[in-house]
Design a protein around this ligand. Structure first.
Ligand SMILES: *Cc1c(COP(=O)(O)O)cnc(C)c1O
Length: 383
C-alpha cells in the first residue's frame, strides 16, 4: 500500500496529519495523558455529565436490570422500556409531540435526509455545517447546494428560482467549530415562505441554551411549525452517547418506516438510555450548570480581550482562537500541552483552509481559576 504511504507523508508535511491522544482517566476537566495530568478545554461535556455519579449509578443499575446489549434493531425486538422512556422524556424536554432515538448524530442526519428526500428534491445547507449534515446531503439523491455561512438572502434567492419538488434546508444551530448561532428566526421565515422544510442540528445547544436548557429553538422561541425537524445529540451536553430527532407524529412515523440508519442498526444498550434519562433529569434540576458555564464564557472573553486576542463572535461554550496556518495551530497546541493545558488544534478539512484554530470549550466543572490558568498560558504562548 505504497501510494497510501505517500498520501500520509503529504499530510505530515502540510501539518494535516491526525493523531489520537490516549486518555488514561475518566472524562473530566482534568485528564491523564501519557501519565501526565492536563487541564482540558476540548471536550463537549459542557455540563459535566459524562462522569456524574448519579448518571454512572443509573448506568450500573440499568445494566443490572436490563443487561448489556439490546439484542436487535428497534423494529425487531430491541426497542426496550428505557429507550421508550428516554424518547418520551426527550420529547417533553424539547416541547415536541414525539422524539426518536438514533445511535449517533451522524446516523440521525444521514437517516433523516435520505428518508425524506429523493430524486427531484433539493437539500440546501450552510457552508459551515457539520460534516454529518454535508454527508447526509451528499448521500441522498436530492440536488445539493451550499449557501454562504448564515446568508439568508442568498438562500431566499435560491429558493425563489428553484424548481425542486421538495426542499429541505439544513443548518447547525450552534456552529460546531465557530460557536456562533445560525439566524434561525430568519431561516424559519424564509423556509415557510417557500414551503421548504427546515432541519436544525442542535448538537451544541441542547442542554446549554434556552431558559430550561431545551436548546436553540427555545432560545429563539421557535415552534414545530417554524422548525419541523430538530436533531439533538446525547454525546455532548448530556454526557452520553446517541442522538434523537424530534417533531410531529407524521415525521417520526415516517422515520421509523424509512430512515435506513434507524431501521438497519442495533438499538443502543438499554442502560445507556437509562443513564441518559438521569442526565436529562440532572440537567433540568440543576440550572446552575448552565449558569456557571455562561459565567465562565463571559469571564474568558473579557480576559481574552484584555490580552488583545481576537475571538470571533460566540456566546456559546465553543470559543475558537483563530490561528490560520495548520502547522502553526499544531505548534501552539503543543506549547500549551507542555504547560499542562490540553486544547486540540482543529485543521482542514474540519474547517476551511487557512482557518486552523484552537477550539476552546468550557464545562461547568471548570472554575474561574482554571480560566485564569488558561489565559496565562495563552498569553505566554501567543504573545
Ligand atoms: C457532534 C456533532 C454531530 C454528530 O453527533 P454524534 O452523535 O457524535 O455522531 C452532528 N452534528 C453536529 C453539529 C455535531 O457537532
Amino acid at each position: 500500500m505504497k501510494s497510501l504511504a505517500t498520501q500520509l507523508d503529504n499530510r505530515q508535511t502540510k501539518g494535516l496529519y491526525r493523531k489520537r491522544r490516549l486518555v488514561q482517566s475518566a472524562q473530566g476537566i482534568e485528564l491523564t495523558i501519557d501519565g501526565k495530568r492536563l487541564l482540558s478545554f476540548c471536550s463537549n461535556d459542557y455540563l459535566g455529565l459524562a462522569n456524574h455519579p448519579d448518571v454512572v449509578e443509573s448506568f450500573q443499575k440499568g445494566a443490572a436490570t436490563w443487561g448489556f446489549g439490546s439484542g436487535a434493531a428497534h423494529l425487531v425486538c430491541g426497542h426496550m422500556q428505557p429507550h421508550h422512556a428516554l424518547e418520551e422524556a426527550l420529547a417533553a424536554f424539547v416541547h415536541r409531540p414525539r422524539a426518536l432515538l438514533f445511535s449517533t448524530g451522524y446516523m440521525a442526519n444521514l437517516g433523516v435526509v435520505s428518508a425524506l428526500l429523493g430524486r427531484g428534491d433539493a437539500v440546501l445547507q450552510d457552508r459551515l455545517n457539520h460534516a454529518s449534515l454535508i454527508d447526509a446531503g451528499l448521500a441522498s439523491d436530492a440536488k445539493f447546494w451550499r449557501y454562504p455561512h448564515g446568508d439568508v438572502a442568498a438562500l431566499a434567492h435560491y429558493l425563489k428560482q428553484s424548481d425542486a419538488r421538495q426542499t429541505m434546508v439544513l443548518t447547525d444551530a450552534v456552529f460546531s467549530m465557530d460557536g456562533d448561532l445560525a439566524p434561525l428566526p430568519d431561516l424559519a421565515k424564509v423556509c415557510q415562505q417557500h414551503g421548504a422544510w427546515l432541519m436544525v442540528d442542535d448538537a451544541h445547544g441542547i442542554g446549554v441554551l434556552g431558559e430550561s436548557g431545551a436548546g436553540c429553538l427555545q432560545h429563539f422561541d421557535l415552534s414545530v411549525a417554524d422548525v419541523p425537524i430538530l436533531m439533538g445529540t446525547l454525546g455532548k451536553a448530556l454526557g452520553g452517547f446517541g442522538a434523537f430527532v424530534a417533531g410531529d407524529e407524521e415525521l417520526i412515523e415516517m422515520l421509523i418506516q424509512a430512515a435506513r440508519s434507524y431501521v438497519y442498526t442495533t438499538a443502543l444498550p438499554p442502560a445507556v438510555a437509562q443513564a441518559l434519562c438521569t442526565s436529562l433529569h440532572v440537567l433540568q434540576q440543576e440550572p446552575w450548570r448552565r449558569e456557571h458555564l455562561q459565567a465562565l464564557i463571559q469571564y474568558f472573553r473579557a480576559g481574552a480581550a484584555e490580552l488583545g486576542l481576537h475571538l470571533p463572535h460566540s456566546t456559546t461554550a465553543i470559543q475558537p482562537i483563530m490561528i490560520g496556518d495548520a502547522q502553526q495551530a499544531v505548534r501552539v497546541s503543543e506549547q500549551l500541552y507542555a504547560k499542562g493545558i490540553f486544547i486540540t488544534a482543529i485543521r482542514p478539512p474540519t474547517v476551511p483552509i487557512g482557518s486552523a484554530r484552537l477550539r476552546v470549550t468550557f464545562s461547568c466543572d471548570h472554575q474561574f481559576s482554571h480560566v485564569d490558568r488558561l489565559l496565562t498560558a495563552l498569553k505566554e504562548v501567543l504573545a
